[in-house]
Design a protein around this ligand. Structure first.
Ligand code: NI
Length: 175
């Protein structure tokens, strides 16, 4: 396993639409292992393959509480089959938009279908944080970031904040 570099805004790779995975084989599992390790190291609770520059429809997630055992989840070719009219605001963040948090409204429940780590099909309803996280990550597969749900002003502010932080980090490293 290896920790990979997480791309941040405004990297244009993040706007790419990811491609379906043909089969859940050892190469795909190795990628998912790297993604999980990268996500835990960040630390974060969800990561899409495109965030490490791999344009494939793959997501890893772990939404267990800090005092609980790790509970990694893997999603290959996830699809939303159904949702509900009720929406709920939730404060979201993203490893590709570090240190920026803002409320986004999404359907509070979604029915999803995906292949798991073993290539088995799973169909289930996601609720609460699970629903928020899977919708956020599935947006990544379509080149959409959570800041794309915000006003243009807020989106520009978020991108400038990330760019400024990265310039400062680069300067510190150069000293
Ligand atoms: Ni994200």
């Amino acid at each position: 396993m290896a920790i990979r570099k997480i791309l941040t805004v405004p990297n244009p790779v993040l706007k790419q639409v990811s491609k379906p995975v043909a089969a859940v084989d050892d190469d795909v599992r190795a990628l998912m292992d790297d993604m999980l390790e990268t996500m835990y190291a960040a630390p974060g609770i969800g990561l899409a393959a495109i965030q490490i520059g791999e344009p494939l429809r793959i997501i890893v997630m772990d939404i267990a509480d800090k005092d609980e055992e790790p509970a990694p989840r893997y999603f290959v070719n996830p699809e939303i089959l159904d949702d509900v009219e009720e929406v709920r605001p939730w404060e979201e963040g993203c490893l590709s938009v570090p240190d920026y948090f803002e409320e986004v409204e999404r359907p509070e429940k979604v029915k999803i279908r995906y292949l798991n780590y073993h290539g088995e099909e799973v169909v289930e309803w996601a609720t609460d944080l699970y629903a928020v996280c899977i919708q956020h990550e599935m947006d990544h597969l379509n080149g959409v970031l959570f800041i794309d749900h915000l006003s243009r002003l807020k989106r520009q502010r978020a991108i400038r904040k990330v760019q400024k932080a990265e310039r400062e980090k680069a300067m510190e490293n150069a000293e």
